[in-house]
Design a protein around this ligand. Structure first.
Ligand SMILES: C[S@@+](CC[C@H](N)C(=O)[O-])C[C@H]1O[C@@H](n2cnc3c(N)ncnc32)[C@H](O)[C@@H]1O
Length: 237
């Protein structure tokens, strides 16, 4: 048990180091407008499920270079966006300089319930979003627990992630495991991906008082199997 916690902590540190190392590459690849994958596969259903209203306060979890944070402001939302990579946060602030009236960028670790509560600082969010990040986060339990506290009544959380049924790294779908991969071809170092079965992800949400009320499986154009899933979970009253 101790060994596995030790290994998990080591992996978490290794993941953060990889994202720090890859931050500049990621930022210049995603640029101001983001890439095809994000614009064509992630955004359409995410935006539909989020249903942003003018004046919404939205938490953008693991925001990368802030491409979606800025997009949210174009719909009239105020955004608190965070990433655990200091470098990524610095690059996001630089790239989104014109939107800083509406976006607060912070460094925060999604695996830390304490940090998440401190980030909220008593505020309640109408909505939260995590684009293509659940599979990068070493432990998602603290995140769901914190969201159940910082989202307002009936607040919802929309996340997109690798579809666990179609991107599992080995034959053992049910066992959580860590594997190496790339987000973008040519990135300086490989990153860790955290595979979890669908029931493992959903049961964490259920345990923390959420129900699933939106679900899409998205393939590459013309493909017969999805590559990602986009889920909306909403807090029970
Ligand atoms: C694939 S990128 C997605 C970035 C952004 N959401 C987007 O769609 O452009 C994954 C991001 O998750 C961040 N991340 C991974 N683990 C994290 C954690 N524990 N806390 C906060 N951010 C994390 C990484 O630094 C990286 O910016």
């Amino acid at each position: 048990m101790l060994t596995s916690i030790y290994n998990m902590n080591n992996k978490h540190k290794e993941s953060l180091e990889a994202w720090d190392t890859n931050a500049e590459f990621w930022d210049s690849y995603m640029g101001d407008e983001s890439n095809f994958f994000h614009c064509d596969l992630v955004r359409p259903y995410t935006e539909r499920l989020l249903d942003v209203q003018i004046g919404d306060l939205i938490l953008d979890i693991a925001c990368g270079n802030g491409n979606f944070s800025e997009r949210l402001t174009q719909f009239g939302a105020k955004v608190v966006a965070f990433d655990y990579s200091d470098k990524m946060v610095e690059l996001a602030r630089k790239r989104r300089v014109k939107a800083l009236d509406s976006i607060e960028f912070k460094q925060c670790d999604a695996t830390s319930w304490n940090e998440l509560l401190a980030l909220a600082n008593g505020r309640k969010f109408n909505k939260a979003v995590a684009n293509m990040a659940i599979m990068d986060i070493s432990d998602v339990e603290p995140l769901f627990k914190a969201l159940s506290e910082v989202l307002c009544v009936s607040g919802s959380f929309v996340f997109s992630t690798h579809h666990p049924c179609f991107t599992q790294p080995n034959e053992d779908y049910f066992s959580s495991c860590i594997h190496k991969g790339v987000a973008v071809e040519g990135q300086p170092v490989l990153q860790n991906y955290y595979h979890r079965s669908m029931q493992d992800i959903f049961n964490i949400a259920f345990k923390n008082g959420f129900y699933v009320d939106g679900f899409h499986e998205v393939p590459f154009d013309g493909e017969k199997e999805p590559i990602i899933m986009i889920v909306r979970v909403t807090k029970k009253q």
